[in-house]
Design a protein around this ligand. Sequence first.
Ligand code: ZN
Length: 377
Amino acid sequence: MDSSFEYLVTQLPPMLDTLERWVNHDSPTFDKAPVDALGLQIADAFAGLGASVESHPQSEYGDHLRVDWGQGDRQILLLGHFDTVWPVGETARRPFTVRDGKASGPGINDMKAGILIGLYALQALVDTAQTPAHRLVYVLTSDEENGSLSSRELIEIEARRSDYALVLEPTRYGSLITWRKGVGRFNIETTGVAAHSGVDPEKGVSAVEEMAHQILRLQAMSDLASGTTVNVGVVGGGRLVNVVPASAKAECDLRVMTVAEGERMERAILGLTPVLEGTTIKVSGGINRPPFEESEAGLALFERARAIGARLGLEIDKTGTGGGSDGNLTAALGVPTLDGLGVVGEGSHALHEQILIDSLPQRAALLTELVLDLGQP
Ligand SMILES: [Zn+2]
């Protein structure tokens, strides 16, 4: 039973070599050429294990990859993304570094180490000659950090064909993720009437003042106890300091625990009305990633992972988070989804982003044993 773990521990040096190459290769979501170049390296690595790799070409973002290995009608979907939030040049400033049992570098935790774990779980199956009952289909995407706009369809098509979805996003301090909040995005525009602020102030109506009212209304919709949060994160308006401003814009982020709460909040935000006479308001947007609610099937999946972890000597807990992932998309389709099956680390999107090196073979073994276990009744 522990054969994959013992095998994977021996693979740590090549794992780190591959991770170093991937981390030192910038792959910002909005820069197609470097993302595509990294995608080719990842595709080669999977193809080298006998998987068939399809590229799904994109015009704006990097090309997505669909990796298919194994046989049979039943499939398990494994999800990862190889784009990062870091610009080109970041890895030259902060290259892959190993110290005190940890490795650091841009995008290492979120989530190049997770894709590596997916790769080595497959390598362990190949090299220990074990075949899961399910076909493994990896969908590796290039635009997760911008809300998976171009990859959503591919993810959903494969999710509908799958018995399970396993998401290789990082653990939360070692815990697996059984729920995530849903995410909404809204654009708010107010218009008023321009006028000279000194000569004719009474003829103007300020779109900025109107927006200020709306911002306070929006922020007041947050309710930490129920998990609903609203954040007006971007705001702007007006043109010159001596003109009563005729327009203002804001962008707002929404997080909710349940589908019902998402619908309620969507209605509330889209239904905002002006406060000041003479202004108008336009609101667009909605829920982008539906809530990944904790489900019985998802918890059963977690219990299997926990039992496997115990056999491997790993104590595994579950948790949830307000951060979305592509697991939101699969869970919302009713596909039993377990998230956070990637590396143990911290500092995603932050300068101190790092991982625990020992967790690479541990989590790869957990994934290997889990895909084998899912074929058992
Ligand atoms: Zn991620």
